[in-house]
Design a protein around this ligand. Structure first.
Ligand SMILES: C[S@@+](CC[C@H](N)C(=O)[O-])C[C@H]1O[C@@H](n2cnc3c(N)ncnc32)[C@H](O)[C@@H]1O
Length: 269
């Protein structure tokens, strides 16, 4: 495995921070583990064999672990642009040796597919792609279609929105109600996690994020309408495009890579 810039001290208790990350994410994503299960089942049920999986915006590798354990012959490649979070992924995935690969890359710059040993059977992502602008996301969908083998699957678990402000507000209210039911008494919120993690790593994470994320242009936090994603996926070369699970403004959607057609095979740069 390779990532650049490992700022972790020798005695760094990565397991403690992985646990805190997962707990923090569960606070925001009700049913997070169940969503990972649904994605795994869909990969299993659509793919005759799973030898290569890519996880976009892998963070500390929670979904990668799920894929590595569910598909014991698969190589799983995680991509993330944040070296401070890849520290956790690297420590956590070390036990999987060459089956786990980590790539420090920015999904916005368009060159990331060059680092992927294509073709792959499945591309999965969880709450990462909403950080991209609509243009960047459209391009990313086309690039995903190019690295997937025909018949391979894309699954994205992410925020989706409604064009109706009333419906959107109702969904957000309901999401807050669901989140409030979670026991968060001892866990971190997003900012709290990063403050504490930065201190433990002894790095200025805020400065690092400013440098990595730069001018944060996209990130429609409440998401684009699901129909927008489904249309873009069809245009990008996917069929069986669908929403596979949904709770208000969170969804799992995706599709199957179509067989190649000369019209769809133009190079995306
Ligand atoms: C909310 S976290 C989710 C992480 C992981 N998928 C999980 O469920 O635990 C979003 C992740 O997407 C990554 N990310 C966001 N924008 C990215 C980009 N342009 N390129 C690469 N990674 C990105 C962030 O660094 C972060 O690790």
């Amino acid at each position: 495995m390779s990532t650049e810039n490992n700022p972790a001290p020798e005695s760094f208790d990565w397991q403690h921070w992985v646990n805190r990350w997962d707990r923090m994410q569960e606070r925001y994503l009700v049913g997070r583990a169940a969503r990972f299960e649904i994605m795994t089942r869909l990969v299993r049920e659509t793919q005759a064999s799973v030898t290569r999986v890519v996880n976009l915006g892998c963070g500390p590798g929670s979904l990668m672990i799920q894929m590595l354990t569910s598909f014991p012959h698969a190589q799983v490649c995680g991509i993330d642009f944040d070296p401070t979070i890849l520290v956790l992924a690297r420590a956590r995935l070390n036990q999987y040796g060459d089956r786990a690969q980590l790539i420090l890359a920015d999904l916005r710059d368009g060159t990331w597919p060059q680092s992927i040993p294509a073709p792959v059977d499945a591309v999965v992502s969880a709450t990462a792609l909403h950080w991209l602008t609509t243009d960047q996301l459209e391009k990313a969908y086309r690039q995903v279609a190019q690295i997937l083998r025909p018949g391979g699957i894309l699954l994205n678990a992410d925020h989706v929105g409604s064009p109706s402000p009333e419906i959107q507000q109702a969904w957000v209210r309901h999401r807050e109600e669901l989140r409030a039911r979670e026991d968060t008494s001892s866990g971190d919120d997003w900012d709290g996690f990063w403050r504490a993690y930065a201190e433990a790593l002894n790095v200025d994470v805020q400065e690092a994020h400013q440098r990595i994320v730069g001018g944060w242009e996209g990130g429609i936090e409440d998401g684009l309408p699901l129909a927008w994603h489904l249309d873009r996926l069809r245009e990008s070369g996917f069929w069986a495009v669908d929403c596979f699970w949904r709770c208000d403004c969170d969804a799992i959607y995706g599709g199957i890579r179509c067989k190649p057609s000369p019209l769809r095979e133009e190079k995306v740069t």
